[in-house]
Design a protein around this ligand. Structure first.
Ligand SMILES: [Fe+2]
Length: 482
């Protein structure tokens, strides 16, 4: 495949950028990122294709997809879809977005000097090219599905948590991507929390020196686009939204780049008055084959306490979960994807204590399905948020559940290999088997006749756990030592 011009900025575009004072101050940051190609004086001036920063495919609902291009050119590029050339549409214009409070004391307005462009790729599309480079398309039957979550480099002053973003051992997302891309997946799922660089790196810490921070393009480039390129090039992505991408945090970027819904003023995260709409979009289905689909659920604004009728989030989640029930009735097998775990555990700082699944989601799910929490058609639940691997199989009727949040962001502790006696992630959820690992890694889901198989890999691509999935059960075992 032709080498794409990612991260190069055409001279003509640079001149335009220089004419704009607010972009000028940001340009140094964008061009100064570690590992970026930076300005190429030889880049063609004649075509908007030359300004392409990233080009990728977002898998949307019902087998459709959306081509996405982020460009420094002053207009969106053309795209050739099945041989027919058309202009891509503007999704979000360049600009400095209104300041959101963020999750940290240090905050600044998010600057996006680049425009986001899009074009629909209807189901059945066989080729899509931008600037002569082919965009990846999902096959009608997806058999190899790569899963990552919680990938960004944590810079969080409120917890004095600063990952060494310049050290591939301490922040291994780029290594994870390299190993994962070698497996040649048909589809990539990111189960949320891509953006973690919320605070400036302390001056005394060389390991993250020079890192951009905040919710603008520079931090998004360093945390996601640059390391993710090898996987963005070879497969379409299903993006699941995490709490780091809620409107109050990095939501402005979420809607510019990844959301399946059209960008609009109400869905921009620019005005807190619209957050109740932008933070609770409808769930949707992504078919993997004729009888199995992913159901993508946005849990980005759930909290750590039970929700009650009358709470805004309660009503929003109830409506969304009713839609999940409708969606899951359309297929024989359904994999539920939400960033926050429902039937799983999280380590607590107090010795011997563990947390159960997300109370906000559980409290609403219990209204619709008091025992199982999920409808009967949900076979498997997959999540991120907790920075480790977990596989839970239940002797009760609950769907087997996985936590896959160990793909790069800072480890936050381990779970015991043997759970405390009587541990249940929700009352009545009887854990028949439990397997966990806290080291970094990623997972690959592969079709196996009418069932599925999951392999958990180490950062360098060594299989470490194998799981057979049959309907709503799983059987996992360690296959290697680390
Ligand atoms: Fe999270």
């Amino acid at each position: 495949m032709k080498e794409s011009p990612m991260f190069s900025y055409p001279v003509g575009t640079l001149a335009t950028l220089r004419a704009s004072a607010w972009i000028g101050s940001l340009l140094g940051l964008l061009l100064g990122l570690n590992g970026c190609a930076g300005l190429s004086a030889s880049t063609s001036l004649s075509s908007p294709d030359a300004g392409i920063h990233s080009a990728f495919t977002v898998q949307t609902k019902d087998g459709n997809a959306s081509a996405r291009v982020i460009t420094s050119a002053d207009r969106c590029p053309e795209i050739s879809i099945d041989g027919q050339t058309q202009a891509m549409q503007l999704r979000a214009a360049p600009g400095t977005m209104p300041l959101r409070s963020g999750a940290q004391k240090d905050t600044k307005a998010a600057v996006f000097p680049l425009r986001s462009c899009e074009a629909p790729l209807p189901r059945g599309t066989t080729s899509a090219k931008v600037g002569g480079v082919s965009l990846p398309l999902a096959p009608a039957v997806a058999q190899r599905i790569l899963i990552i979550a919680d990938t960004g480099c944590r810079l969080k002053a409120s917890e004095q948590a600063f990952q060494l973003c310049n050290d591939a051992k301490d922040w291994p997302f780029a290594e994870v991507v390299k190993s994962a891309a070698a497996l040649k997946p048909d589809l990539v799922i990111h189960i949320g929390d891509m953006h973690y660089r919320e605070s400036p790196c302390p001056a005394t810490l060389a390991g993250c020196a020079g890192s951009p921070w905040g919710y603008g393009m520079d931090a998004w480039t360093a945390d996601f686009f640059q390391p993710a390129q090898p996987l963005l090039k070879i497969a379409p992505w299903v993006f699941v939204r995490g709490n780091h991408e809620s409107c109050a945090r990095a939501g402005q970027g979420w809607y510019r780049f990844f959301a399946v819904q059209p960008w609009s003023a109400a869905r921009s995260c620019n005005d807190p008055a619209n957050d109740d709409e932008a933070d609770f979009p409808d769930p949707y289905g992504v078919p993997l084959n004729a009888d199995t689909q992913l159901i993508v659920f946005d849990s980005s604004r759930t909290g750590t306490k039970d929700l009650r009728p009358g709470d805004t989030a309660y009503g929003k989640f109830l409506s969304a979960l009713q839609q999940v029930d409708q969606l899951s009735g359309k297929m024989s097998h359904n994999f539920f994807l939400s960033h926050h775990p429902v039937l799983a555990f999280a380590p607590a700082s107090q010795p011997g204590k563990i947390y159960n699944g997300n109370p906000g989601l559980q409290s609403v799910m219990r209204t619709l399905h008091p025992g199982r929490l999920f409808g009967d058609e949900i076979d498997v639940a997959m999540h991120g948020h907790v920075h480790l691997f977990e596989a839970l199989n239940f002797s009760s009727q609950h769907p087997t559940s996985f936590v896959l949040g160990n793909s790069g962001s800072q480890n936050e502790g381990a779970l015991p290999e043997v759970l405390p006696a009587g541990a249940q992630p929700s009352p009545g959820a009887m854990v028949a088997s439990f397997l966990t690992r806290s080291a970094y890694g990623f997972a690959l889901l592969t079709a196996k006749k009418s069932d599925w198989h999951m392999t958990e890999y180490t950062v360098d691509g060594k299989p470490i756990i194998e799981c057979d999935l049959v309907k709503s059960t799983s059987n996992c075992r360690r296959v290697g030592v680390e």
